[in-house]
Write a protein that binds this ligand. Sequence first.
Ligand code: 13P
Length: 245
Amino acid sequence: MTNKYIYFIANWKMFGGLNSLNSLHKVAKFFKNFEKNKYIKIIYCPPSTLIRPMSKKLKNTRIEVGAQNCHENQTSGAFTGSINAKMLKNVGAKYVIIGHSENREAGENNKLINLKIRSALKSGLKVIFCVGETLKEKRKKITKQVLNKQIKSGLDKIKNKNNILIAYEPVWSIGSGLIPKSNELFNIINFIKKKFKNYNVLYGGSVNSKNINELKFIDNIDGFLIGGSSQDPKKFIDIIKKTYN
Ligand code: 13P
């Protein structure tokens, strides 16, 4: 993984307040001085409350900011508690995560996810589109069918592939400390890339500064979507450094 473009995307989930922005300069400084930085894209997806202040803080850096979800309506309306893609763009987001399993578990289905993706793209955001099988589906050996359905439905009626990153996040791996076996992961990423050509495919699920030493050798992966380990700048920097060691 030395000379190819790699994404490191931080998903902060529902963590962080204004004081969590204080240590961001460490990541910005590291990135600026890191010899491989032209091959790297760093994107922070904090809670929506932090998008504006974080964008301001990272203004003169190449680190970009994204959101974690959006409403499917492109226009404003009476949807209490919701935020649409245009509003996210307006406060500085360049990306939005859509289809995360934590939101699928809360009731988002493939059709809704497709509407959200289309709305985000129309609003000018890039999409980090999450897919992944549950443990039950893995045990039933239907991972590929599940992924095929999720991706096909999610990308329905979408022609422009340029602004979508697919993130493969096995549900059983998120927050569990478990990651797929290297050969299995290679095969799944390969399956996605063959079936859905020209997409960058990332891996997410318990990525940390230890298992990155194994993950970095899976050379069809285009980057990582990182939850827990992205909240601590030291751990996040460590993951990036080790990817290139
Ligand atoms: P963890 O890295 O905490 O397992 O979370 C992964 C994830 O859900 C990123 O979107």
